[in-house]
Design a protein around this ligand. Structure first.
Ligand code: KIV
Length: 287
């Protein structure tokens, strides 16, 4: 009897991510919001999957991430977690899930871990330190998120590159230090000048994951749908499309629609056949 070797895919863990970081291996992260996107991302071998609150604008039709609730996040996280990805799985704390007190924050984030996430991410600098301390105390690994924090769209006056002014750049550098001291295992840097992101990366001892933050971060993240060109219209400057998914899929769907209208679909390849012995019964039957 021959035995096939069993391929065991060890799940990426926090110590593994830090070992890769120390070995200067660049970390790759993307978002996933359901079982299909999670399976594609995981099969592509990304290191980290984020169930981002960007689900709001990418999948749910909202203008921004502010309407995304814990219930929505839990629903999407559960779908992703059911695929048991090899990649490190993180979930994003949505707006108002960490603003109403430490206890509420820990309960929300702990719920993410109970649903299969290995860590959480939350937006904001020094003012988030009390909740970050409480989360880490509750054994919940935290990734910070600095720079263009989409939940601050109103005070920012839009989705604008942050840290261009001296005071803002210096505050961001201070915030990065404080979040590291508080115990964050990594920092997501979004929408900041590349040289500022480089300085953060150089001055902290935890991985930085950039999006619109230039090439000098310890790793990069892009939204799944942006990488694959699945959204119609033009992409923002920081996105590079690796497929024209929208056009490719639209064309395939239009060809199928044509086939249905023209009678070309389905044919015998997509049809089931009645057993020979049953056919006479059909012919003989009259209403
Ligand atoms: O929700 C999200 O998709 C994010 C991005 C910055 C990756 O936080």
């Amino acid at each position: 009897m021959s035995h096939q070797p069993i391929e065991i895919h060890a799940r990426v863990t926090l110590p593994q991510l830090h070992a890769w970081y120390r070995a200067a291996r660049r970390l790759v992260m993307t978002t996933a919001y359901d079982a299909v996107t999670a399976r594609i991302a995981d099969a592509a071998g990304v290191d980290m999957i984020l169930v981002g609150d960007s689900v709001g604008n990418v999948c749910l039709g909202f203008e921004n991430t502010l309407p995304v609730s814990m219930a929505m996040m839990n629903h999407h996280l559960e779908a992703v977690a059911r695929t048991r990805p090899t990649a490190f799985l993180m979930a994003d704390m949505p707006y108002l899930s960490f603003h109403l007190g430490v206890e509420d924050t820990v309960r929300n984030a702990g719920g993410f871990l109970q649903r299969g996430a290995q860590a959480i991410k939350l937006e904001g600098g020094a003012k988030r330190l009390p909740v970050i301390h409480a989360l880490i105390d509750a054994e919940i690994p935290v990734m910070g998120h600095l720079g263009l924090t989409p939940q601050s769209v109103n005070p920012m006056g839009g989705f604008k590159v942050q840290g261009k002014q001296k005071a803002d750049a210096l505050r961001l550098l201070e915030d990065a230090q404080k979040l590291q001291e508080a115990g964050c295992f990594g920092l997501l840097l979004e929408g900041i000048p590349a040289d500022l992101a480089a300085k953060v990366t150089e001055t902290v001892e935890i991985p930085t994951i950039g999006i619109g933050a230039g090439p000098h971060c310890s790793g990069q993240v892009l939204v799944f749908h942006d990488v694959l060109g699945l959204l119609s219209g033009t992409s923002p400057k920081f996105v590079r499309r690796y497929a024209e998914g929208f056009e490719t899929l639209r064309t395939a769907m239009a060809v199928w629609a044509e086939d249905v209208r023209g009678g070309g679909f389905p044919d015998e390849r997509e049809s089931y056949t009645l057993p020979e012995a049953v056919r006479p019964a059909l012919t003989q039957w009259h209403p």
